[in-house]
Design a protein around this ligand. Structure first.
Ligand SMILES: Nc1ncnc2c1ncn2[C@@H]1O[C@H](COP(=O)(O)OP(=O)(O)OP(=O)(O)O)[C@@H](O)[C@H]1O
Ligand SMILES: [Mg+2]
Length: 266
């Protein structure tokens, strides 16, 4: 079946197993080229494990499949495409500590009191905005209170410094991919054609940016399969949108919804 598929179940009910077997089925029974499959997991460890399982089921040909987290998927895509945003392909990724010290430096440069505007708090506001695809311009426009107005100034200079250093932070990885896929139809088309089959594990944990990436890549062919747990939105504190899973069948008409009942782990 080529209909969008949403698998919902509780913990330990075999959701990840369903994804792994579905990939094996696509390759072995449907003759799908692993080169055309994108599988997204929530951790690098889960990605390695899924790839290992698929290779066990279908053989070495499984090597060609992209299995990764959203972040490493985006980092890989940007290695090819970031020039569209005026940066160069050897860009560096700032980790949380690098990003935090850049925010501190920016505050110093702007003469902002770090006691009133703790870099960590400002960083989390910026991060939250990026995960909602709110860039510096949009953020400044909607800033109302004093804290937001200062945060907007910091966000602006922070972004400028990242750009000058040819660097991005973790959240930019997602937001920049969304930007490129939005702004450059030929790039979007290229990846829609490459990733003819898209599968996402732990879909309940996706944020707005991640959901948008899935939509942009699958909107043409709609060969999308996501699995998730409605009761397990443990990442909501860092921007996950339970709405993504609840609205999935509104974003894709004729979604087939499957519920797994049994728990195999307990
Ligand atoms: N149909 C099945 N028959 C036998 N064992 C199964 C079946 N489905 C899953 N299992 C086993 O149950 C365990 C949990 O499976 P899996 O990791 O796929 O579940 P999950 O729903 O993804 O769990 P989580 O909520 O932790 O992500 C695994 O050890 C798996 O091998
Ligand atoms: Mg799982």
């Amino acid at each position: 079946t080529e209909k969008p598929l949403l698998v919902i179940a509780g913990a330990g009910s075999g959701k990840t197993r369903v994804l792994t077997y579905r990939i094996a089925y696509l390759i072995k029974s449907r003759g799908v080229d692993p080169f055309n499959i994108l599988a997204i997991t929530f951790t690098n460890k889960a990605a390695r494990e899924m790839k290992r399982r698929v290779i066990e089921l279908v053989g070495r040909i499984g090597e060609y499949m992209w299995v990764s987290t959203f972040h490493s998927f985006c980092a890989r895509l940007l290695r090819y495409e970031i020039n569209h945003l005026g940066m160069s392909r050897n860009y560096v990724i700032y980790d949380a500590d690098d990003a935090l010290s850049l925010v501190s430096n920016v505050e110093k440069e702007l003469d902002i009191d770090i006691k009133r505007f703790p870099p960590r708090a400002v960083m989390s506001v910026i991060s939250d905005a990026k995960n909602k695809l709110i860039d510096y311009e949009a953020f400044s426009k909607k800033a109302v209170d004093y804290f937001e107005k200062i945060a907007a100034k910091i966000y602006g200079l922070y972004q400028e410094k990242l750009f000058k250093a040819n660097a991005l932070d973790f959240d930019d990885l997602l937001m920049f991919v969304v930007d490129i896929l939005h702004l450059f139809p030929e790039v979007r088309k290229k990846y829609q054609e490459k990733f003819k089959y898209i599968l996402v594990d732990e879909f309940q944990d996706t944020n707005i940016a991640q959901n948008e990436i899935v939509l942009l890549l699958s909107e043409e062919h709609k060969r999308i399969c996501v699995v998730g747990d409605e009761d397990q939105n443990i990442y909501s504190w860092r921007g996950a949108e339970i709405k993504n899973i609840i609205n999935f069948d509104k974003q894709f008409d004729d979604t087939v919804v499957i519920k797994l009942e049994q728990n195999y782990r307990s």
